[in-house]
Design a protein around this ligand. Structure first.
Ligand SMILES: Cc1cc2nc3c(=O)[nH]c(=O)nc-3n(C[C@H](O)[C@H](O)[C@H](O)COP(=O)(O)O)c2cc1C
Length: 189
């Protein structure tokens, strides 16, 4: 696959087939994620891949997370109850994805703040590799209100959760969001 095709063709997928994803495919994808650039080459990213019972356990935590954002949604989408209902369904099912990947950050070179940047670029690699493998994913962070519960369930300590990616074979063709204009300024040309 051409890189430009991967960059433009990747979409956020939120509905998945139940078909299992071979572990070797996930290993290749996670390997490609770790070829991203990182602050001072510290490679302070961590990934937890969950499957089976762990996915079911996580979905129960995510369903609870919907209650945290419900008041905000009801305010913003007061006249669009379908959006609220669809969001609730997504939090409860995560599109039926058979695999979740939890992307974590380690400490930045200052030793105090979290190195979110390095994990973010690794996640971009990951999402492109997912697409190249014929799979789909979505960066989701609406569940971060339940970070402690998630970390406890996964046994993760001293790391910052950046996002959770449901992974599976797509069961939808997402629409292509148009690009915004006027996002680049040229100087000195
Ligand atoms: C930082 C970040 C946070 C996001 N959070 C969520 C989320 O919580 N739930 C969700 O369904 N999608 C989430 N997305 C996916 C975006 O909605 C999606 O990338 C955007 O609508 C553009 O669509 P595309 O990825 O198909 O190009 C997030 C994406 C990013 C980069």
């Amino acid at each position: 696959m051409e890189l430009s095709e991967a960059i433009k063709g990747r979409r956020s997928v939120r509905r998945f087939k139940p078909d299992p994803v071979p572990k070797e495919v996930l290993e290749d994808i996670l390997d490609l994620a770790t070829w991203a650039p990182s602050a001072m080459n510290r490679q302070e990213w961590y990934f937890v891949a969950a499957h089976g019972q762990k996915v079911e356990e996580m979905k129960r935590i995510f369903a609870d997370a919907f209650q945290d954002i419900k008041p905000r949604l009801e305010k913003v989408f007061a006249d669009k109850p379908k959006i609220i209902e669809a969001t609730k369904e997504f939090f409860e099912t995560y599109g039926g994805a058979p695999v979740f990947i939890f992307a974590y950050c380690g400490k930045a070179p200052d030793g105090k703040t979290w190195d979110t940047n390095s994990t973010a670029v690794a996640v971009q690699n990951l999402q492109l590799a997912v697409y190249e493998a014929g799979l789909g994913s979505t960066w989701t962070d609406g569940i971060l209100g339940k970070e402690k519960e998630i970390n406890d369930a996964l046994g993760v300590k001293d790391r910052k959760l950046l996002c959770v990616l449901p992974i599976g074979y797509p069961d939808e063709v997402p629409r292509v969001p148009p690009r915004r204009e006027d996002r680049v300024e040229w100087v000195g040309f």
